[in-house]
Design a protein around this ligand. Structure first.
Ligand code: 5GP
Ligand code: MG
Length: 483
């Protein structure tokens, strides 16, 4: 999982792109990078860490140019953090380019093996390098044509942005797993007569830089922006799916958990989507209780919806400390046991003697949820009723959401009553999967009325043979080893 931000025709391209990346920080905290284009020359600054630490006035000053492409990367376990920082800059057929990629190619191992057999040399382990090699070998008169060709070789989830001395190309895979949107920059920020285009993984990045939302880039679309004129052309990417083309596979977990609540994803407000899921959950799984409390931050919109529909008062029962980084170093076992308390602290004055409905967006491994329930009971909660605003996560995601292996997923190991017991809750309920599909916006639905959401993490239904095979391989691995 990652975030991409790019813009064209702007005097302060690096500064604006820095702000855009800042707004997308939630999509990846492992590393970030920015490439700018100045008269055919590409400058890059990339590092491990958070956007605000990596980019300073000095580093931004070393990124001159009028177009920029930036990336934030999510940490993946065991990955080569330094070798995988994006965007990648390279010379392809003598032309300077920068490339950024979000998503996960399910046929990456096959593509890599094939390229290596033909002599390609790889520096890192990221899929993005595969795409660069494919670009270098692709037929086509210009990089736009090559990009189109390469898109047809990739299977799985991708949004891709390529910056060249003359163009910016932005692609979304044929099934549209990951979001990518287009905006124009407000004229106050840009005194040039030419239009400034902005491309971002989420619309919350447009808000920060005063961009005016134009539209989403569609599944199977490549947008071409000519840098000299700002002219925008839409292309259709080659399709590997044939008859299935009409059926998009938008990642519903983006709407449930991953995207920022102030984004508009695929035509719908992420906040309202979650709030409504909470309200539906209250209808499907009511309970007699005194207070509805969210598990912050991800459970907040759903808890608000649950409270609205159930008419049970909404309250804050857990205070989150926002200064606990993901990179917090835990030196001893004693400190490790306090890990959750570092992040969440119970409000005894609110919780004590109360019957609580505790709302969260999802349960993955169940470790955090279990500790939170413990914390609430220690603070005097009389009853704890856990309500989850999405269906049970039972299957791994091969399309870019960093869910653990199948056997580590709580809902894969246990049935409802076992989960209730292990989480130590008085009751437990999840949202119905049909409700989730009903939430798709009418304009997103395909001709046969299907929602166009990918629900493979809940259903185990994968759209391609590569993911199906990976699930079988995982299933065949010896179990009993848990991290
Ligand atoms: P668990 O009880 O499974 O340990 O943790 C559940 C929490 O993990 C939920 O609050 C949910 O917001 C969060 N979560 C869900 N998916 C992901 C993910 O892909 N990455 C991370 N870091 N957290 C997630
Ligand atoms: Mg959470």
């Amino acid at each position: 999982m990652c975030g991409i931000f790019a813009l064209t025709q702007h005097r302060e391209a690096a500064h604006i792109a820095f702000l855009g990346l800042f707004a997308l920080q939630h999509r990846g905290q492992e590393s970030a990078g920015l490439a700018t284009l100045n008269q055919g020359h590409i400058s890059v600054h990339r590092d491990i860490g958070l956007v605000s630490d990596i980019f300073t006035a000095e580093t931004l000053a070393r990124l001159p140019g009028t177009a920029a492409l930036g990336h934030v990367r999510y940490s993946t376990a065991g990955g080569d953090a330094r070798g995988n920082i994006q965007p990648l800059a390279a010379r392809v057929n003598g032309i300077n380019v920068a490339l950024a990629h979000n998503g996960n190619l399910v046929n990456a191992p096959e593509l890599r093996d094939d390229l290596e057999r033909r002599g390609a040399i790889f520096q890192g382990t990221a899929d993005t390098e595969i795409i660069l090699h494919l670009l270098a070998q692709a037929p086509g008169a210009d990089l736009g044509a090559k990009m189109k060709h390469v898109s047809g070789l990739l299977e799985g989830a991708f949004t891709l942005v390529l910056m060249t001395p003359t163009h910016l190309y932005a692609c979304v895979d044929a099934l549209g797993y990951r979001p990518l949107s287009l905006a124009r920059l407000n004229s106050e920020l840009d005194s040039d007569a030419q239009p400034s285009w902005v491309v971002a993984s989420e619309t919350c990045a447009f808000e920060l830089v005063n961009g005016k939302f134009e539209r989403d880039i569609l599944p199977g679309e490549m947008v071409e922006i000519e840098l000299a004129t700002g002219k925008l052309t839409s292309h259709t990417l080659p399709d590997r799916h044939g008859a299935d083309k009409a059926q998009a596979r938008r990642c519903v977990f983006e709407q449930i958990y991953f995207a920022r609540p102030d984004s508009q994803l695929w035509g719908q407000s992420t906040f309202l989507f979650r709030e409504t899921l909470g309200a539906k959950l209250a209808e499907q799984a009511p309970v007699d209780a005194d207070l509805v409390i969210p598990i912050p931050d991800s459970g907040v919109p759903m808890a608000m919806g649950y409270a609205r529909a159930s008419k049970i008062p909404y309250a804050i029962g857990l205070i989150r400390n926002h200064y606990v980084g993901r990179t917090f170093i835990e030196p001893t076992q004693t400190i490790r046991n306090f890990r959750l308390r570092l992040k969440l602290s119970p409000l005894r004055q609110i919780i004590e003697g109360k019957r609580l409905v505790v709302v969260d967006d999802s349960i993955v491994r169940g470790t955090t949820s279990r500790r939170i329930v413990e914390l609430l009971r220690e603070a005097g909660a009389l009853e704890v009723h856990m309500r989850i605003g999405s269906p049970p996560v039972k299957f791994p995601c091969f399309y870019g959401i960093d869910t653990p292996k199948r056997r580590e997923l709580l809902a894969q190991q246990m049935n409802m009553s076992e989960m209730r017991e292990t989480l130590h809750v008085d009751s437990l309920a999840y949202l119905n999967i049909d409700t989730l599909h009903q939430m798709a916006a009418p304009q997103q639905r395909s001709a046969n009325g299907q929602s166009g959401f990918c629900d493979s993490c809940f259903s185990g239904c994968y759209s391609d043979k590569f993911a199906q095979r990976r699930l079988r391989e995982e299933h065949a691995q010896p179990s009993g080893v848990q991290s």
